[in-house]
Design a protein around this ligand. Structure first.
Ligand SMILES: O=P(O)(O)O[C@H]1O[C@H](CO)[C@@H](O)[C@H]1O
Ligand SMILES: O=c1cc[nH]c(=O)[nH]1
Length: 291
């Protein structure tokens, strides 16, 4: 087997992985990701005990126990570029022997659950509700840098036609969440399921205009009428598709839970975004404690 070079798998002087500043023993096998580094405490404040804390740049990590379940919560910061770092380095922690720099013979599979904020694009995706991303719809292009079998699906071709995608933009891709995790989180009363679209920006890429004009002003409208496997595109954010794609390629299980703080169809923003995210944190922790 080939040893991974120092320039590819970069380790800090203490042996931790380069950006996350973590060693294999610092993380649990169930990982919660959040965008905002201040959300890490909002999650870990519910833990019975915290065993480990670290931070480098926007990547803040707490590991502890919640109702007997060992959990790690880590902030990814905003965007797909950070997800590339977080997913690759988390995988390295469990599936590469950092001393020999060899991929382990027996690979581990992590459960990775994102708790994020998001904007609903359908009128029925109400403010302050939870949406589970049954699939991630990536407009971000990250996947094209890896060999994969996800990119060229019929559904993707259908989407490109449906929205009349401008040819200079990255080819979108669709990737499903972990069925096992989804089953645990599906709850008719509290959770809406749909496709979570992931964009490479908050403004133009999500069809928002302040002072600049959009290349395609009808993008959002067209997206609301697209369907895949009986699901509509319910919401937009900036990380899910890449988490799903990299999880699938690396052999992990991923699920994205979204707190809806904006409704792009009605033009409203939540009056109390903190409450809905706190409620989603409690809901998610409760579900994870039962795995
Ligand atoms: O609340 P988080 O997890 O950061 O997620 C959403 O909020 C950020 C944009 O405001 C993006 O990261 C988007 O995905
Ligand atoms: O509209 C929204 C709200 C939160 N996060 C996003 O990326 N978009």
């Amino acid at each position: 087997m080939k040893q991974i070079k120092e320039s590819e798998l970069i380790l800090n002087p203490d042996g931790s992985v380069y950006h996350l500043n973590l060693k294999p023993e610092d993380i649990a096998e169930t990982i919660i990701t959040v965008g905002d580094q201040d959300r890490v405490e909002k999650v870990s404040q519910h833990f019975d005990s915290i065993l480990f804390e670290a931070q480098k740049r926007e990547f803040k990590t707490h590991t502890g126990f919640y109702k007997g379940k060992k959990l790690t919560v880590i902030s990814t910061g905003i965007g797909i570029d950070n997800i590339d770092i977080v997913m690759n380095e988390l995988d390295a922690l469990v599936n590469i022997d950092l001393k020999t720099r060899l991929v382990r013979d027996k690979l581990k599979s992590l459960d990775i659950i994102r708790i994020g904020t998001s904007g609903g694009i359908q009128d029925y995706v109400e403010l302050d509700k939870f949406v589970m991303g049954k699939a991630g719809l990536g407009f971000d292009g990250l996947i094209h840098y890896y060999q994969n079998e996800i990119t060229h699906s019929k559904a993707t071709q259908g989407l490109v036609k449906h929205i009349d995608l401008f040819k200079s933009k990255a080819q979108p891709y669709i990737v499903e969440c972990s069925d096992r995790l989804a089953e645990m989180f599906e709850e008719e009363i509290q959770v809406t399921s749909g496709i979570t679209a992931t964009n490479i920006g908050f403004y133009g890429p999500q069809g928002r205009t302040l002072r600049l004009s959009l290349q395609d002003k009808d993008f959002l409208d067209k997206l609301t009428t697209f369907e895949y496997n009986g699901f509509k595109v319910t919401n937009m954010e900036m990380e899910t598709s890449a988490i799903y794609a990299l999880a699938k390629m690396l052999g992990h299980h991923a699920l994205s839970m979204n707190a809806i703080i904006a409704n792009r169809s009605t033009g409203e923003f939540s009056k109390n975004p903190k409450t809905v995210i706190d409620d989603l944190i409690k809901f998610t922790l409760d579900k994870l404690s039962k795995i």
